[in-house]
Design a protein around this ligand. Structure first.
Ligand code: SF4
Length: 500
């Protein structure tokens, strides 16, 4: 591992300057994450398309250069706007750049521990100072971007970009060579990464009113050999953390054929010759959960794995009016099955495989009783003794092209006063209790990577899909791994003390 880090370091300090530059403003989509420590597919595929001869820089690099004049101040709180810096010579890169590709697209905004995605508004002030040709690239081109939940997509001023380029390169046959070639940019990124891997595009359900995923592509699956080739290339460069997260549902892989899923997982999983530190997944459609599929994931993936269920609402009126993918009873059944086979604790201190729930407020048909119904179901999960890794609650962003675009902010505005009340009740009465059950005091969480300081406190996470944030009441050295004992619980995070 040390050798890999040394090679990476030498490559970073000696890298060449190219005339094409990818500026990663980070992406977060219904299927696919590209906010550090995640390295998303979009900058990688683009780098491959440009034959690997690109500079990879981040919005953090640009802020650091223009706003902070390349100087970091000693602050009590880590500044996450300039946390993910790739290099020191941004001036040289910008001066030599002919084509600047700006990767943008936040469509399911969240809160990020150590990164802040760039917005169109922010980008505008920097691009005015940059002379190269500017090309907008990524999910934003087809379906918009918005960093804040409960707002419409950002406006893109005319003339801000010289060109726009959508993110999908034809068929997978065409794409695969770019995917492998694009792995090269990992060499330009000095922090420990989670590599997001695409297994398919489009959605077999494809009707949820708020979702941009079905608008981007028809259903298509990547061949196992192509996925393995891409992972092997990253492995050569020392990367050990992967998430099969760029797809609407991992269980729908190749027409829901479990043999095909096994052929995908086995050559890279825990029993394979690759010794991955982390192999996780992301999205799962609850109606496709069965015992066989869950057992397969537990067997081949590493512990701390999470199946994010897009439940969105337990209110049947909302489910029907937004043609959501699951009914409350199907979601409950899926939660029970994943718990039955996945809740055993693994080596790193976390259960092997748990469900996570996504909830969205502001959908069509939402009423005063929606919040109560959602709470009742979550309480039922708690009372049955089941585990959820996390409950993600967000306000809808009516993205262009979705059915929610027509509905707009009507329901968001109507229930605005309720939203925080609903959310806080879930946080206090469900999340807090769930967390105490998930990681009781005394649990040892291994290899927690320390990322930020806030006053005399430090915060870190294990690498993984939706990792738990652990706060420590001392200023630990950042950028290092620690084993921590859980000593207390907050609403959505835990406190720990260093044991080694
Ligand atoms: S199931 Fe619904 S939310 Fe999930 S990807 Fe498909 S359309 Fe989007």
């Amino acid at each position: 591992m040390f050798l890999h880090m040394l090679i990476n370091y030498l490559l970073i300090v000696n890298f060449m300057v190219y005339e094409n530059t990818i500026l990663d403003c980070y992406t977060d989509e219904p299927a696919g994450l590209g906010v550090p420590p995640y390295l998303g597919v979009h900058p990688r595929y683009l780098a491959g398309y440009l034959n690997g001869e690109v500079n990879y820089i981040t919005i953090d690099d640009i802020r650091y250069y223009f706003d902070y004049k390349n100087k970091k101040k000693d602050t009590q709180k880590t500044n996450i706007k300039i946390y993910n810096l790739t290099r020191e010579n941004i001036k040289e890169v910008l001066e030599n750049t002919k084509n600047l590709y700006c990767v943008v697209g936040v469509q399911t905004p969240g809160k990020y521990l150590s990164a802040l995605p760039g917005t169109i508004k922010e980008l505008k002030k920097y691009l005015e100072k940059i002379k190269s040709k500017k090309i907008l690239y990524g999910p934003v081109v087809s379906t918009g971007t918005q960093l804040h939940g409960g707002r419409r997509a950002e406006f893109i001023p005319e003339g801000m970009f010289d060109d726009m380029m959508p993110e999908v390169f034809g068929s997978y046959n065409e794409l695969n060579q770019f995917a492998v070639k694009g792995a090269e940019i990992a060499k330009q990124i000095p922090w420990p990464k989670m590599i997001e891997i695409e297994t398919g595009r489009g959605c077999i359900m494809g009707k949820c009113s708020f979702c941009t995923e079905p608008l981007k592509a028809k259903v298509e699956w990547r061949e196992q050999k192509d996925i393995h080739e891409e992972i092997n290339k990253f492995y050569e460069f020392g990367e050990r953390n992967f998430r099969l997260g760029k797809q609407a549902c991992i269980f729908s892989y190749k027409n829901m054929d479990i043999k095909e899923l096994e052929n995908l997982l086995k050559p890279i999983g825990r029993e394979s010759k690759l010794k991955l530190n982390c192999l996780h997944i992301d999205n799962v459609i609850p109606s496709l959960v069965n015992e066989e599929r869950v057992k397969l994931l537990v067997k081949h993936c590493t512990e701390g794995n999470v199946a994010a269920f897009g439940v969105e609402s337990f209110d049947m009126d909302v489910v029907k009016q937004n043609t959501l993918n699951t009914s409350p009873e199907i979601a409950m059944k899926a939660i029970r099955i994943v718990n039955k086979f996945g809740s055993k604790r693994g080596q790193n201190g976390m259960p092997y495989f748990l469900p996570g729930i996504n909830m969205v407020y502001g959908l069509k048909g939402e009423s005063k009783k929606t919040g109560e119904i959602n709470f009742e179901y979550l309480k039922k999960i708690l009372d049955e003794g089941l585990l959820l890794r996390r409950i993600n609650i967000r306000q809808v962003t009516p993205m262009p092209g979705t059915k929610m675009e027509e509905v707009g902010m009507k329901f968001m505005k109507k229930n605005k006063s309720q939203y925080w009340k609903w959310r806080n009740k879930v946080r206090k009465e469900i999340d807090f209790e769930m967390l105490k059950r998930l990681v009781p005091k005394g649990t040892i969480l291994k290899d927690v990577y320390m990322e930020i300081h806030d006053g005399n406190h430090s915060f870190g996470r294990q690498i993984g899909s939706y990792p738990l944030i652990v706060g420590v009441n001392e200023r630990l050295e950042l950028g290092k791994h620690y084993n921590l004992e859980v000593v207390g619980h907050m609403l959505r995070s835990v406190t720990g003390r260093v044991v080694s």
